[in-house]
Design a binder for this molecule. Structure first.
Ligand code: PHE
Length: 451
């Protein structure tokens, strides 16, 4: 069994580490622009529904699979249902998804670290307002900048993993997560006190249901799962580190609440500022790098400080998520018998290689002409990991949980072997796990892909 000896030391540690995994670029970089694309509060409403009805169910599902089996995803499924070892394919599918996510994560984190550096050195604040688009394009097309920052970011991540589960992951998460909350609150206060801020709040909280297409719904579902780090086995690994006496329902609720709150707070920090500076809120993936610097510049002397704080916030959020991705892949290999440190280093080298390919896919970059189906490599990986792969992984996982795994094992795990009262179990198991979650996942996948 992986837990207790090498797992997290307390429920608080679990919440900080798993919330660290959940809160990341998905919350601060992607969530606001998805809200911008799919109808503001209408998107928020569907998102909350998905997060609490499907995302949280999956979070508990993965925790139970991890803690009950004591294994990383590939071995976890067959351990709980030895009759059909082929269920390990679901675990392997998750590892593939994690591998792709980490690659694109490293690229975006590299940009973020680069922007943090440029805001510290003052490069960013010396650019004129109409120059940020060009600056971002030049940055991502540069042959060395994205790669250097990618490697530095990866080195930090690897260092934490080499420190181990307790002394690395748990310790760093307990330190960074509270800092993150303070940073995002500070930025909210600044943004809300800018003249004209209410327009941004209107934009975020005014529902426009006409923008909600099936494609949009699938994108929001994908985002809800991506944001909670479920559907790819990462939470199975963290689940195997949860202490035996932790209450899985309570931990999962805390993690979900943290994740949603930070996403909404990020929206509150970003949109009012964007409107106050007269910028375009539908800036898409470039919103954070092309639009926000203009906002910071227009804040006068303190703008540089807020730019530093913002890119620091984004880098730290990305770090705790990258840590969990690297840990998932490392735990998978070490569960198969490889030395843990060697596994971490090997995965890092492979990720750096794929990351560099992805980083070079922008106009001006070496792989910019490689555009199968009209999309570059970055857009492919972003689409796959953001919208398609997590719902597929989630569907397979929840089908296993609801229809294959023994109900008594699940009950035992959720009640800590009869110690906790779980009167909600019937609703959870018979309605949400077996019917609501699979149905919602199938409908959104089919409709999102074929309409
Ligand atoms: N949840 C992270 C985010 O929102 C991304 C992530 C996915 C991290 C899967 C770990 C595993 O950015």
């Amino acid at each position: 069994m992986a837990n207790n000896k090498t797992g997290f030391t307390s429920s608080f540690g679990v919440v900080m580490a798993a919330a660290g995994s959940a809160v990341g670029l998905g919350n601060i970089w992607r969530f606001p622009y998805i809200c911008g694309q799919y109808g503001g509060a209408a998107c928020l409403f569907v998102y909350l529904l998905f997060v609490f009805l499907i995302g949280m169910v999956l979070l508990m599902t993965e925790f139970v699979i991890g803690r009950c089996s004591g294994h990383a995803p590939e071995k976890a499924f067959p351990a709980l249902y030895p009759k059909r070892p082929s269920w390990k394919l679901v675990g392997l599918f998750g590892m593939f998804t994690c591998f792709l996510i980490l690659a694109i994560y490293l690229v975006i984190s590299g940009w973020t670290l680069g922007y943090f550096w440029e805001s510290v050195t003052g490069t960013l604040s010396s650019i004129a307002n109409d120059g940020f688009k060009g600056h971002f394009e030049a940055f991502v097309a540069s042959p060395w900048k994205p790669v250097v920052f990618l490697v530095v970011f990866l080195a930090f991540t690897l260092l934490v993993i080499l420190g181990g589960v307790q002394k690395g992951i748990e310790k760093v998460s307990k330190l960074l997560m509270p800092i993150l909350l303070v940073l995002v609150l500070l930025l909210c206060v600044r943004s809300l006190t800018l003249p004209g801020a209410s327009k941004g709040l209107d934009y975020l909280f005014h529902p426009d249901f006409s923008q909600l297409t099936w494609k949009g719904i699938l994108a929001i579902l994908g985002q809800a799962l991506f944001s909670l780090s479920v559907g790819m086995g990462a939470m199975i690994v963290y689940g195997s580190y949860i202490p035996r006496d932790s209450n899985i329902l309570k931990t999962a609720t805390w993690i979900t609440v943290c994740d949603v709150s930070i996403a909404v707070l990020a929206g509150i920090a970003i949109f009012p500022a964007v409107f106050a500076a007269g910028q375009d809120p539908a800036g898409g993936p470039g919103l954070v790098y092309q639009v926000l610097p203009v906002v910071f510049n227009s804040m006068g002397t303190f703008g540089q400080i807020f730019a530093i704080l913002f890119f620091l916030l984004l880098s730290l959020a990305a770090l705790t998520s990258a840590i969990s991705l690297l840990e998932t892949l490392t735990a998978w290999l070490s569960d198969r018998g490889m030395n843990r440190k060697l596994a971490a280093v090997l995965v890092s080298v492979a990720e750096a290689a794929l990351g560099v390919f992805v980083a070079y896919s922008f106009s001006g970059g070496m792989l910019s002409h490689f555009t199968p189906g009209g999309m570059n490599l970055f857009d492919w990986v972003d689409k796959l990991t953001g919208a398609y792969l997590p719902p597929i992984g989630a569907l397979l996982t929840v089908l296993f949980f609801g229809w294959v795994m023994k109900k008594e094992d699940i009950y035992d795990e959720l009640s800590n072997h009869g110690v906790l009262k779980v009167s909600w179990f019937k609703v959870f198991y018979h309605i949400l796990v077996r019917f609501v979650a699979p149905a919602a996942l199938i409908i959104s996948l089919v409709a999102g892909i074929f309409t």
